[in-house]
Design a protein around this ligand. Sequence first.
Ligand SMILES: [Fe+2]
Length: 294
Amino acid sequence: MDRIAVVADIHGNRFALDAVIDDLEARQVDEVIVAGDLVGRGPQGSEVVHRVADLGWRCVRGNHEDYLLNFCRDNVPLSWWEDEEWAASRWMARELDEEAVAFIESLPFSLHSKLAPSMQIFHGSPNSHSEGIGAWTPEQRLEQFLQAIDGTILVCAHTHRPLEYDSPRGMIVNVGSVGLPFNGDWHAQYAILEGQADQWEVTFRRVAYPRQRFLDHYRTSGFLEEGGITAALLYEEVKFARPFLVPFLKWADATERLPRDAHLEEFLDLYDPDQSLAEFFAGLDDNKRRPSMP
Ligand SMILES: [Fe+2]
């Protein structure tokens, strides 16, 4: 029997990563793979990359690796160097040292477990590292994904919400997020797959970590102050373990506001993080949204 751990979406949260490393030591796993998004959406990107590199864990590339690489390689529109909306990304890109940049630049789109070659790991879906597989994905689509992979077990992340799907064709496991879960549970989350050949069982782990120290680091590092509206929304995401950034951007777009700090309080008054996005938009007064929004 082999025990393979897949961790993902650490998002520059060294405190959550350390707690997972301790938990993994106690569980004596044979292989650890990172399913992308080591960096972005959090202030400790370099530390996370160095820790993972030192441990020799193999990683795939997430969409946030690409976002920050674009900044590091000056491959973004000129306005992104000035707009408040991008202040947090600029800060996180500056925080990455050259070694960390070279490491994330080397990451592949997907890889196979060394112990279980039938297990293929992606950040998002077999099509894109920005396409999430979640409870909302239709069964037909899930079956298409299983058909598309080189193997029978598809392991993914990106949605920050754990998921298991079993079918005669194989299995899909979304491992959830270490550093920034969106399922309302602030614990660092990851998955252990245990088994052999095509028989695998999944255990979803949730591990406590010193979250207040991480939130304090938002302030002491300067990320909260210098990262503008985006850093403020990410701070809320850590506190509530729910998405705030994307709902805010959609709300700002729907109400024709610019995504600026001035609108933060107004948004926080309106937004219930336990509602789905569709419910949130359905609950807005007609005069606060454009008719085209859900
Ligand atoms: Fe992510």
